[in-house]
Design a protein around this ligand. Sequence first.
Ligand SMILES: CNc1ncnc2c1ncn2[C@@H]1O[C@H](COP(=O)(O)O)[C@@H](O)[C@H]1O
Ligand SMILES: [Zn+2]
Length: 366
Amino acid sequence: MDWWVSMPKVELHAHLNGSIRDSTLMELARELGNRGLVHFPDVERVILKHDRSLTEVFKMFDLIHILTTDHETVTRITKEVIEDFAAENVVYLELRTTPKKNVSKGMNKKSYMEAVLEGLRAVSTVEVDIFSEPNFDCPATAAIYARNNECASNGTGKKKIYVRLLLSIDRRETTEAAMETVKLALEMRHLGVVGIDLSGNPIIGEWLTFLPALEFAKEQGLLITLHCGEVPNQVEIHAILDFLPTRIGHACCFGEEEWAKLKSLKIPVEICLTSNIRTETISSLDIHHFADLYNSGHPIALCTDDSGVFSTSVSGEYSLASSSFGIQKREMFQLARNAVNFIFAGNKVKQELEQVFDLAAKTLEF
Ligand SMILES: CNc1ncnc2c1ncn2[C@@H]1O[C@H](COP(=O)(O)O)[C@@H](O)[C@H]1O
Ligand SMILES: [Zn+2]
């Protein structure tokens, strides 16, 4: 097995609809093509094209969302995405997704999330830990917990992946829609929802539109990670840093002042190398801010962003960072392990993950 695959890893920045296998997207496109709902050759060309600017990426997401609009498909892609991350030894996954309404499919934000949870339960290749401190007042929770425990103790010897969910607010949404997502996250806290993300096309939307919902989320104890600085917008970058999110994603278009502020606040950054290069938010790896943040000891975690859309994997990102920045395996292992400090799950999970890394340190060859 490839060394980077065999190393345990933590994934903190993965969008569900960006992490779909190409083969599944093609299958879904073919089905819709057969029903005359899309023109398959056009869709196929878009799916198989892997160099995409930031603008094209958001067109791609609009297309993916057409292919994944029903509950059954949402369940299927969730199951497959978790199985794919587990297959490359991701031991803790924070999966984020934007709850969606689709009247023609009888879908609302809650039923969308229920379909995601159904996907978590459908995973068969690995044991999925959805929550470690269940609330037994809720019958649905108790049922899932019982099922999970059955799985843990049935002697199958399956490996385990911890999965926690983040609900994303899309920058196209209104204040009310953002608030609805936060309320849904609060309602689903006992089902493994741990936080809120702000994502979507960075040239759309105003920070002040999302602020009331994000403040409410924070007051209620949800943890928050925000896409920050994907495009040069210094006013928004400062507003986001002043909000003091628990983590931020990307941090590409920062200037001197923004770096100084970020570093003094010590806010961990989710770094997505391939995504940044493919979308041309950073022109080449030799000028990527990973190097400066890593060398200055700033908290960072390597992530994929959209492993399907950018044809990458967490192992691939570690391998790429190692070769591009000349960092040895042992240090890369330490980087993966440090990411445990920035997860949104509680101390019990952190301790269990520490043990996973301790064990791996004894068996891996560096
Ligand atoms: C490339 N960098 C990025 N920047 C900002 N937002 C991104 C993104 N990559 C993905 N998304 C956000 O995630 C959605 C897809 O997953 P879900 O439908 O939520 O599961 C996209 O529509 C976009 O809102
Ligand atoms: Zn992202």
